[in-house]
Design a protein around this ligand. Structure first.
Ligand code: SF4
Length: 342
């Protein structure tokens, strides 16, 4: 990867902004103590800083007072602590925070730097058109992450595509790269590495601190498998939408609407439904609550919307029938039919 490293970018400012790049890794390699050295008493105050800042970030609070000198160290040390927890919930939160930070820097960034990160760190086929100030991203690179976002504006049918490249403005290009940051961190977290014991002790402290939150997530996972109506029994169209939502991937408006109306009808609470959507990369708690409460009739005109018919679901290309679906008119009939045949 040495070829991808730009020496002009191997500096503290770049490293603090884009700690996941090769330049940042190189800067840390050249200027920071090794992970082993952090076991020394004189460096422990830095780990303590990192730990406190990490805690606040997981809680969604503003960062603690930070010195510029330590800024470049946050990412590699926090990464090691989180990786040592081997906990998927904490790893997911960390990846999410870093992805959002990257997005906020990228959308203000110079064209050359955006292109450099996209191409050298994530191997994306990315170009820029001076003429109309558009970014052009290779179709497959776009689809890999855009399918995770909800909302029609990310649909390929709503984007200009030419010669295998999708045209995007700076904001959307930054969003695509930031999503790659999230996936990159999640992938790296899975690597098996041996960390110095000091990091294990910090990771244990972190696990203890967030025990309740982790437990809540685990309960959520378990409920995914056994709720009032077991998701395994859902009609195939709804089951597919549900699984996409639980994986944290994006959904079209019709898919969300069908899922909300179905789940509410079979006994899921508004809070539980919101929780299911909370894994989406563009999750906005207030907006989601507003939409779910509106659909379920808990706010506004108090109109409770019904689950769409099979014909409607089919019209939106969301019908993926199985052997119980023959001549079905409504997804609720599926539950009864399947039960009867067992
Ligand atoms: S037939 Fe109806 S219940 Fe079955 S997958 Fe299609 S829309 Fe869903």
């Amino acid at each position: 990867m040495k070829d991808a490293i730009d020496d002009n970018r191997t500096n503290a400012t770049w490293t603090a902004k884009y700690p996941f790049t090769e330049e940042a890794r190189e800067y840390i390699r050249l200027h920071a103590p090794s992970l082993e050295e952090f076991s020394k008493e004189e460096l422990e105050h830095i780990l303590e800083y990192v730990f406190n800042r990490l805690k606040r970030e997981i809680e969604g609070k503003a960062p603690v007072e930070w010195t510029r000198e330590f800024e470049t160290l946050f990412y590699p040390l926090a990464f090691a602590i989180i990786q040592a927890t081997r906990n998927i919930v904490l790893q997911r939160i960390f990846a999410d925070r870093e992805s959002k930070k990257a997005f906020s820097h990228l959308r203000e960034e110079e064209t050359n730097d955006i292109l450099h990160i996209g191409k050298s760190t994530f191997n994306l086929k990315l170009k820029h058109s001076e003429k109309d100030d558009n970014y052009l991203i290779y179709l497959m690179d776009y689809l890999k992450v855009a399918s995770r976002f909800g909302g029609g504006r990310w649909k390929l049918t709503n984007r200009y595509v030419e010669d295998g490249f999708v045209y995007l403005d700076k904001r959307r290009t930054s969003r695509i790269i930031a999503e790659h940051v999230r996936l990159h961190i999640q992938r790296k977290m899975e690597e098996e590495i041996t960390l110095p014991p000091i990091f294990l002790s910090y990771s244990e402290r972190l696990l203890k601190q967030f025990k309740a939150r982790i437990y809540e997530e685990v309960i959520f996972e378990e409920e995914y498998l056994r709720h009032k109506v077991d998701p395994a029994e859902f009609p195939p169209c709804i089951k597919h939408i549900y699984e996409v939502a639980v994986r944290g991937e994006g959904l079209s408006h019709m898919a969300r609407f069908s899922l909300v109306t179905f789940l509410y009808t079979v006994g899921y609470s508004v809070d539980r439904i919101i929780k299911i959507f909370s894994r989406a990369p563009d999750f906005n708690p207030q907006k989601t609550r507003y939409q779910v409460e509106h659909i379920t009739g808990s706010r506004g005109g108090r109109k409770k919307y019904r689950i769409p018919s099979c014909a409607k679901i089919r019209a939106f290309n969301l019908c993926i029938p199985d052997e119980f679906c023959r001549r079905l008119r409504h997804p609720l009939q599926y539950l009864r039919r399947k039960k009867k045949r067992k």
